[in-house]
Design a protein. Structure first.
Length: 419
């Protein structure tokens, strides 16, 4: 997967990547504990003022690989690398963490933490505090910004929720493996109906099915997703992931301004929440602010250049270029999207087809259309009429609507059925 240069200056003295903590138990089934701590550290460090933290989606691509801090620092344009390990022993956990100067490879700081297993996530406060001291942050700022995590109401439910999260991430959020992971969230909610993590991740199941057109009841699934994310926020209004997922539900519902506010709030709570950064790009597209959307998509790419969702940001840039009538660029971005993930994003395919028509490449457009129509992921979006119905539900601004009229005409010319 290609890497990206930053579009904005980054303060090298505060840029960092948290690499996946190693699971030293010898049991792959315990990986989720190490992954959860990696997530918590990423979030905690991102809350430091003037810090730049690589998002977890990219950092997780280094899981299980040999660590070359200097190479990683150069690749990601960060000054520091945090790595470590988790070793469970009975009901206790031992966590080792060390901070490395990516420029020299020197180890700047190392510490060992021992804690009851149930308190593993709470331990991240101590690690973040020690780390920020090593980065020469003011102690008063560290203390003020430390996470005030409330222990889970039921550790067993929290454990199931963590396993659900790890499984859904690994499966890519949709499909049989993802459904098996979501079942763990159901189990967690049966134990603790107010478990925020389980509510948030279980809501993603229904959202993905509705948003991707693979649901037998899209309206019902979207309502179910809204209910779960709303309950998660009622329990914890400051949960960035729940706030982000609420934003996506609002976006699919066509409530664009509310979606934008939700994404902005998620980023305020967790500046490394790359999914919310990308979500803002789609909100700007709906507003017809095509030029401005590039900033959000590029920010997401810079924050997480190896992200599993990279293709969605490329797809957004393809749509923005199409909206600006920059069809050659739209073709390039759409092809890049499809090269990364040919089966997932209908937007990239129809944008490619329409842009090829508008640049006089009719034969290529017809071939691209046939490839798209053969994809199971196209769902019901295989006629101009279904595309019109889908887009009208999004309540876009006039420039967004006009863009689609150009697209519909081109799709008809390429041979897409009208009804």
């Amino acid at each position: 997967m290609p890497r990206y240069a930053s579009t904005n200056a980054v303060t090298l003295t505060t840029s960092i990547v948290v690499l996946p903590f190693a699971n030293l138990s010898g049991d792959p089934g315990q990986d989720y504990l190490a992954d959860a701590l990696t997530d918590e550290l990423t979030t905690g460090l991102a809350r430091r003022r003037d810090s730049f933290v690589i998002a977890r989606n990219t950092s997780m691509t280094f899981k299980g690989k040999p660590i070359d801090a200097k190479a990683i620092g150069k690749d990601l344009s960060v000054r520091f690398v945090l790595e470590g390990s988790v070793q469970p022993s009975g009901d206790r956990m031992r966590v080792n963490a060390q901070l490395i100067d990516a420029g020299s490879g020197a180890h700047l700081w190392a510490e060992q933490f021992d804690t009851p297993r149930a308190d593993l996530l709470q331990m991240q406060d101590a690690i973040v505090t020690h780390l920020t001291r090593a980065l020469d942050f003011q102690l008063t700022e560290v203390e003020a910004a430390r996470l005030k995590r409330t222990p889970a109401a039921n550790p067993d439910a929290e454990d199931l929720a963590l396993q659900c999260t790890a499984g859904a991430w690994k499966a890519g959020w949709i499909g049989k493996e993802a459904d098996a992971a979501y079942a763990l969230c159901e189990q967690a909610l049966a134990i603790d109906p107010d478990n925020v993590s389980a509510l948030t991740i279980f809501g993603i199941k229904f959202f993905e099915h509705a948003a991707l057109g693979v649901s037998g009841d899209p309206k019902g699934d979207l309502e179910r997703a809204d209910e779960l994310e709303s309950k998660a926020l009622a329990v914890d209004p400051d949960d960035a992931w729940a706030r982000d997922q609420k934003g996506w539900v609002l976006l699919v519902q066509g409530r664009n301004e509310e979606a934008g506010a939700a994404f902005e709030r998620a980023l305020a709570l967790n500046p490394s929440h790359v999914d919310a950064a990308g979500g803002l790009g789609w909100v700007l597209l709906r507003r017809g602010e095509f030029d401005k959307s590039f900033e959000s998509f590029d920010k997401a790419m810079r924050m997480s250049p190896y992200d599993q969702q990279l293709f969605t940001w490329y797809s957004g840039k393809a749509v923005a270029n199409f909206g600006l009538k920059r069809y050659d660029q739209a073709i390039e971005e759409a092809r890049q999207t499809i090269a990364i993930n040919p089966n997932y994003v209908p937007w990239a395919h129809v944008t490619l087809v329409a842009a090829l028509v508008l640049t006089g490449h009719d034969a290529e457009a017809r071939e691209a259309l046939q490839r798209y129509l053969a994809l199971p992921s196209a769902g019901p979006l295989k006629t101009v009429a279904t595309w019109k119905a889908f887009n009208e539900s999004q309540h876009g601004a006039p420039p967004y609507v006009e863009m689609h009229e150009r697209m519909y005409d081109s799709l008809l010319k390429a041979g897409m059925p009208e009804k």
